[in-house]
Design a protein around this ligand. Structure first.
Ligand code: SF4
Length: 321
């Protein structure tokens, strides 16, 4: 589903939300330093769990308001506005995947409990987004290249349920190949070369990520938070389950013909279900709601994923892809 042009009033709403996003980030960074306990709780147990569901609805909900994207585009004003070549985009996508694999497990031994460390990391990433906006045209330096959330946006956002207007680039300068803002479906096809033969998509970086993600999520949620000294065991455990997950999917794809058009939505749906199965109880606990609310959130997430899978696996989509 390609994005549609937004109306004048929609554009003001998005602009307002972008300002709220920047102010909220400043507030969050300050809060992580002066009141880390409550700030970490709000971030990890309330705000972050909203993101996967919003990506299933439409990745533009997040991409239109993301404060890092706002900074990335702000950098263009002072910029050199260089075109990003395929070599840069390919390398930056790989670095983004590596950052995801390093930063998410680091929550267990650092970011879940140490507000200042997280605040410093957010400031560093925000400055990186700004500088890459100075160096490269549009969002080719960060949002469409180095951002560690990009593979998640591509995977969960491959078949949006809602139509959402493009709020950032009213006139597209074609700064990046396979931009999600133009077409989430095409973005995934280009990232996985999904027109290739069977299992080829599982050799692409996004295919590896998609197949490893269910194991990665189980690995993360089956660990407790611990001190810095547990870092190596955290990476080993999550890494081992990610590899097992990839191998299971790869073997299944060889036994049975599973195309990217079917495999990628199924993996995204499984990852989203696993995520909400584990995360829902902590969301309920964070707002001091009864245990039943955690169960209700699981049911709601299950309903959303089933609805999304029905649309994503519809025969007309497979035919198109
Ligand atoms: S490709 Fe177009 S829509 Fe996408 S970020 Fe670049 S300018 Fe914006």
């Amino acid at each position: 589903m390609a994005s549609h042009r937004q109306t004048h009033s929609e554009s003001w709403v998005w602009r307002g939300l972008q300002i709220v996003g920047i102010l909220g980030t400043v507030l969050l960074i300050s809060g992580l330093v002066v009141a880390p306990e409550i700030s970490l709780l709000i971030l990890w147990s309330i705000l972050i769990p909203i993101v996967p569901a919003s990506l299933l609805l439409n990745p533009l909900v997040w991409r239109n308001v993301c404060p890092l994207a706002t900074l990335n585009m702000a950098g263009n004003r002072w910029g050199l506005r260089r075109r990003a070549g395929l070599k840069w985009t390919t390398r930056a996508n790989l670095i983004g995947l590596a950052l995801f694999a390093i930063l998410v497990p680091a929550r267990r031994f650092l970011f879940n409990e140490h507000g200042t460390a997280l605040a410093i990391t957010i400031v560093a990433v925000a400055l990186g987004a700004l500088v890459l906006g100075v160096l490269f045209d549009g969002r080719a330096g960060f949002c469409n290249a180095l951002c560690p959330v990009l593979p998640v946006e591509r995977l969960y956002g491959q078949r949006p349920l809602l139509r959402v207007g493009r709020a950032r680039c009213v006139k597209c300068s074609a700064c990046a190949r396979g931009c999600i803002d133009l077409s989430p479906e095409r973005s995934v096809q280009l990232a996985t070369k999904s027109r290739g033969p069977i299992a080829d998509w599982l050799r692409s970086p996004l295919g590896v990520f998609a197949a490893a993600l269910p194991g990665f999520i189980v690995g993360y949620f089956t660990l407790p938070d611990g001190p810095l000294s547990t870092a190596v065991s955290v990476y080993l455990w999550i890494g081992a389950l990610s590899i097992v997950s990839y191998l299971v999917v790869f073997s299944a794809s060889r036994l049975r013909f599973i195309t990217a058009a079917r495999g990628l939505p199924m993996l995204a749906g499984l990852a989203a279900l696993l995520y909400y199965w584990f995360a829902a109880p902590s969301v309920a606990a964070a707002v001091q709601a009864p245990v039943a609310m955690g169960q209700a959130l699981r049911v709601a997430a299950f309903g959303l994923v089933i609805l999304w899978l029905r649309a994503a696996l519809a025969p007309e989509r497979s035919a198109r892809v």
